[in-house]
Design a protein around this ligand. Structure first.
Ligand SMILES: [Zn+2]
Length: 86
């Protein structure tokens, strides 16, 4: 799962920030709900998009195999690609 950016708020409360759209949430449950609803559901890749992303996905695979950490966008792509292939 793509993890939120955690940040301490003004009153010491932990905030969760969506790395994809910058939305702020007060708890991780709300964040994961948002992630599923706004970013992962209804995902479809057409051929043109897939072609554009395939190079990036290959790079992600290579990174994963070599234990190189992915950045947030790559994690996102990877997650989407996995959901799409099911
Ligand atoms: Zn978001």
């Amino acid at each position: 799962m793509l993890s939120a950016i955690r940040k301490e708020g003004r009153n010491g409360m932990l905030l969760y920030i969506c790395p994809l759209c910058g939305h702020v949430f007060v708890n991780s449950k709300k964040y994961s709900k948002h992630l599923m609803k706004s970013h992962l559901r209804n995902f479809s890749m057409n051929k043109r998009k897939l072609k554009k992303l395939s190079k990036r996905l290959i790079l992600i695979k290579v990174k994963e195999e070599n234990g190189i950490p992915l950045d947030n966008f790559e994690k996102y792509l990877n997650l989407k690609a996995k959901l799409n292939s099911k």
